[in-house]
Design a protein around this ligand. Structure first.
Ligand SMILES: *[C@@H]1O[C@H](CO)[C@@H](O)[C@H](O)[C@H]1NC(C)=O
Length: 156
């Protein structure tokens, strides 16, 4: 619920910016009346992991906001090394979220996490729209892929 609220606030902020502002980014917004934005979620629900990561991006800030939390899957985080990455449709890692998220492990899951990343999530989702196996979020355990979930755009 909080996530939806945040998106709404962002959007209304963008719309209420004075029309006279000379910033080229704002001018672009004036022409389009509102800014393009995307909200996507990746839900992990398999025999290992249970959790969700969501992403919002708008072309006003050109920043991707990441939120999420896991309830299970991170076994022995002191011994095992876990990474969360963004993979393109071919499975190639295009962004490594691990350091940005700074995951705090509790009882096999994580505390809620939040980060802003300098990454165009809208472009990431458009890499290959036609293929069923599109952009995804992957979890690597000790540098081996161990789970992944598609990044699915949600309608506002
Ligand atoms: C992601 O970053 C972590 C922490 O720096 C590193 O251990 C890991 O090897 C990286 N994974 C990939 C696929 O780049």
């Amino acid at each position: 619920m909080l996530i939806f609220l945040f998106v709404t606030i962002k959007e209304s902020t963008a719309r209420s910016i004075p029309q006279s502002n000379a910033n080229p980014l704002l001018k672009r917004g004036e022409e389009k009346k509102c800014y393009d934005h995307v909200f996507a979620t990746s839900t992990f629900l398999d025999d290992k992991f249970s959790g969700i990561i969501s992403f919002t991006y708008n072309d006003f800030t050109c920043t991707t906001y990441v939120y999420g939390m896991f309830a299970k899957g991170f076994v022995d985080p002191e011994k095992n090394c876990y990474d969360i990455v963004l993979n393109d449709p071919s499975g190639k890692t295009v962004y490594n979220l691990t350091n940005k998220l700074g995951l705090d492990f509790v009882d096999g899951g994580t505390k809620p996490f939040y980060a802003t990343i300098d990454f165009n999530f809208m472009e990431f989702l458009s890499i290959d729209r036609k293929r069923q196996n599109g952009a995804s979020v992957g979890i690597n355990t000790n540098n081996q892929p161990s789970s992944s979930a598609p990044a699915l755009p949600q309608s506002p």
